[in-house]
Design a protein around this ligand. Sequence first.
Ligand SMILES: Nc1ncnc2c1ncn2[C@@H]1O[C@H](COP(=O)(O)OP(=O)(O)OP(=O)(O)O)[C@@H](O)[C@H]1O
Length: 577
Amino acid sequence: MAYFLVRSLLILAFLILIPPLLGEFWAYQLGLYFIYGLAALGIGLAWGQAGILPLGQGMFVAIAAYVTAHGLLALGSSPIAYLALPAACVLVAVLAFAFAALVFRGRFEQGPSFSLMTLALTLAAFQVANGWSRVTGGFNGLRNIPGLPGLDGFLDLYYLIAILLGLSIAAVDYLLHAPIGVLWRATADNERRLAFLGYDVAVIKAAAFAVASGLAGLAGALYAPQQNLVTPDLAGFAFSGDLVIFAAVGGRATVLGPVIGAIVVGVLSAELRDRFPWWEIGIALFFIVVVLRLPGGLMTLFVPLRRLSFTRTVTRARSVAPGKPRIATSLSVAFEDVRVRVGDVTILDGLSVRTGEEAVLCVIGPNGAGKTSTLNVMTGMLPRRGGRIVIDGADVLRPEPAIVASKGVARKFQTPSVFPKLTIDENLAVALWAGRWRGFDLLRSGLFGWTSPLLEEMRRRFQFLDDGTRPASALSHGERQILELTMALITEPRMLLLDEPCAGLSHEETTAVIDAIQWARGELNLRVIIIEHDMELVRRLADRVVVLHQGRFLADGSVEEVQRNPEVRAVYVGGSR
Ligand SMILES: Nc1ncnc2c1ncn2[C@@H]1O[C@H](COP(=O)(O)OP(=O)(O)OP(=O)(O)O)[C@@H](O)[C@H]1O
């Protein structure tokens, strides 16, 4: 905390010292660049942290600027006019949240579709700003907007902007180091994993976009009194593009980078504009060189400054995470005549199978039998064309990863699915928080200290998990398998779906993983469904075996029973595997 405060105070002190050092003219100019920096700061958060590139933030700057302009024009010198600023910020943040939650709901964002939608919105907003003259003043915009009551438009306003920028930087810094910041990075890294842990990914991403847009709103709210003018250009794509360039030039993955980008490009433009007629080409070249030579932005050059705004390692005392309610009965699943087709390919062809009394159910079958697809359709990764999937007695009409997870189902994938850019500790923390955080917990750094008896036991069994600061990307395949298994287990599920959990593990690791699964099974009253080819492993673990073939149920029984079954033997060329 002290570190955080000192850093924030240093930034504030720097901003406050500018006018005495550089004079009023530069304070005014820099005030404008700080306003741009506020909007770019938000882009850095959305793009550099949560992986969402917004191409139309100018629209939010413009909406807030028009709202504030009307507030100031209507209320004049009354102190109530100040309310226009927070009102404008909240309005755009709510609009942004609603838009993003709607777009992200029920689908994983792959590719640039969200960015393109924001681009389309800003193009539409530009048209509206030009055409809706009664409200926006049309092409000429709103002019002669009064300044903020009681503040002169130069030094006083500069200090207000500087203080709000400093506070915004501190707030973003705080958020990025809070659990929500880790979840934003986790979203950018592997949002499917996050959903399978039970998080509402759409809300998490929408929250990042709302904060980013709230900052754009603050920029717009300050722009109106600073420039005394709001024109449709603010909503235009060119300005939105500039904001993205500021973030990219400064360093989108850092807190300070986007602000520094806005200041550097702003100052460069101001210096070149009057000297060279083709100055914009110079700026474009500068941008290209920075992007090519310094993909991390200008912040890469300022390593000491970079440390001011980057991750820190904090060792905290461990506290036991809130427990999850234990339900005595095992969770059941029934497939009734389930059909799955993708294009012309029939993947599941009327599959009917249900869990029984067994704790560990192994699903076997030749390659392409539909084993993984069974788990995929159950967890919403494949669309169902017919039949019913009943989980815990309830028909799940539209299975989605987070919905299935909320019923107590955890899944470990065939290819380990972790958050590669997060550390081991962060991977484990994200899993541990799932389903346990309440209210404003995601803003409390105390959550980093959470642990659970189950996690401690897994740490004892697999000692590499104790090396918490290692990034998951540095782990071997086997270690990632174990990390993912641990993440699934510490959510304390009622059912664990494992797709070839020991693939790629050494003999010792395989034995340790089997021991851990058996221990957790008893500890959590867990039902485990395992897809496995290795019959030795099946023999050691399975209470019951189900055999699939060509997307249909073929046989079930004990290991010996299915191995003796002539139909099963017939589909496995050369007998059992
Ligand atoms: N999204 C998809 N689009 C098209 N075909 C698919 C899709 N998913 C699975 N399939 C096909 O469905 C069949 C069953 O695949 P699935 O991965 O479920 O088999 P499996 O029994 O798990 O096989 P393996 O043991 O090799 O992992 C395969 O022929 C596969 O190519």
